[in-house]
Design a binder for this molecule. Structure first.
Ligand SMILES: Cc1ncc(COP(=O)(O)O)c(C=O)c1O
Length: 389
């Protein structure tokens, strides 16, 4: 990777040391141009007319998104963001009262809230699998719970939002395939930093967002839907005319492909920005990205651990580009202010963002540093110096 070139291609690097890629990454020029050009054209020529003119390019989004996951274009549904994609998949599971939904302690907060909603309103039973001593879901515990409770759905967040953890989604996938259980993976924080292959993961659904490691625009994401789920006729709550056809006054027919999970109205500027972002990542190669991100994150962990008063909180055998750390004796506001003054972007999370995890770690807040491949060790040194100050 030519880091200088990649930084020149990322206008935001001129203004900030941006170490908040797990929040939203700085987009590269092709993404910015794709969105701006399309918006401009829409404004001058009309939304529907511009969409018709760009139909072929818009259609290529689905092929690019599929390539990112080793899927087929007909398995991809565009969405406004990861949670929308996730909830659409979740809403398609035909839960009956008493059915079990099995997840992990480290699944994303909004997903946990949706599970609790299902528990409250649809009387499902929510179970969470045990953890390994080194962190991350214990696939052995999942196996026992699957054999005992035969869950209707297993849902796992690949990379939790506030720890460096990478969960064993392939191990869980093998169990779900063996037992024929619907399997939903939240890949919001892994897409764009880790190579994803839905065939290897063995999932029925995978949701992701564009603004984070994929460096796409905000307000865009997509959902992978497996052929098994499509063939079984799973449909989201409230399909619209984008994913279904009104064939007779009392009848509608779902689309055969994953468009069944998408709404008719789409922000095509963001869809084309998403295509550009995916092509950018594929051009660099996900293996190369993963290697560079792991190197920078490893360096950040080392430097933060060596900093007096700071403790890196990340668990798990395999770690990723999210680095979380806590300072015992001070309040986060002090560090937030120091980083702002030094023009450094990083995230800060509180217990509500990772309730079980932070409670177990006995912390009420954590700083989240998430370097992407276009960041440098010098930027991480700058962060450490600002915290020291
Ligand atoms: C692991 C994980 N899943 C899902 C989401 C939600 O993504 P979105 O805000 O695009 O809906 C996030 C956002 O931070 C996340 O970290």
């Amino acid at each position: 990777m030519n880091i200088n070139h990649l930084r020149q291609d990322t206008p935001g690097t001129r203004y900030h040391r941006h170490l908040n890629n797990a929040g939203a990454a700085l987009p590269p020029k092709p993404v910015i141009q794709a969105v701006q050009n399309y918006l401009q054209e829409e404004a001058l020529h009309g939304g529907y007319e511009t969409a018709a003119k760009h139909a072929a390019g818009i259609n290529r989004f689905y092929g690019a998104a599929a390539k990112l996951l080793n899927a087929k274009a007909h398995n991809i549904a565009f969405a406004g963001h990861a949670t929308e994609a996730f909830n659409k998949a979740l809403s398609s599971i035909p839960f009956q009262p008493g059915d079990v939904l099995l997840t992990t302690d480290d699944d994303y907060t909004s997903n946990q809230i949706a599970f609790l909603f299902l528990q409250k309103h649809f009387k499902i039973k929510l179970l969470r699998a045990g953890k390994l001593p080194e962190g991350g879901v214990d696939v052995g515990s999942m196996k026992k719970l699957i054999e005992k409770h035969r869950p209707k759905l297993v849902a796992v967040t690949h990379v939790p939002t506030n720890s460096g953890l990478v969960q064993d989604v392939e191990g869980v996938g093998a169990l779900c395939q063996k037992h024929g259980i619907w399997y939903l993976v939240d890949a919001c924080q892994s897409a764009g930093q880790i190579l994803l292959d839905v065939a290897r993961i063995g999932c029925d659904f995978l949701s992701l967002t564009m603004r984070k490691w994929l460096r796409g625009p905000r307000g865009a994401g997509f959902l992978f839907v497996s052929d098994r789920a499509l063939r079984a006729g799973l449909e989201p709550v409230f399909p619209d005319l984008g994913g279904a056809e009104w064939t007779e006054p009392g009848i509608y027919k779902n689309a055969d492909d994953a468009s069944r999970f998408a709404y008719w109205e789409k922000n095509y500027a963001l869809l084309l920005g998403s295509k550009a972002a995916i092509e950018y990542a594929l051009g660099l190669g996900l293996e190369n990205i993963e290697k560079r991100v792991a190197e920078l994150a490893g360096y950040a962990r080392q430097q933060l651990n060596a900093l007096p008063g700071w403790k890196v909180l990340d668990l798990g055998k395999k770690k990723c580009g999210i680095v979380t750390a806590h300072h015992e004796s001070s309040k986060p506001a002090i560090f937030k202010a120091a980083l702002k003054k030094a023009n450094i972007n990083a995230g800060f999370a509180s217990t509500a963002n990772a309730l079980i995890d932070f409670t177990e770690k006995k912390v009420t807040w954590a700083m989240r540093v998430s370097p992407h491949y276009y960041n440098t060790k010098e930027e991480i040194d700058g962060l450490v110096a600002a915290l020291k100050g």
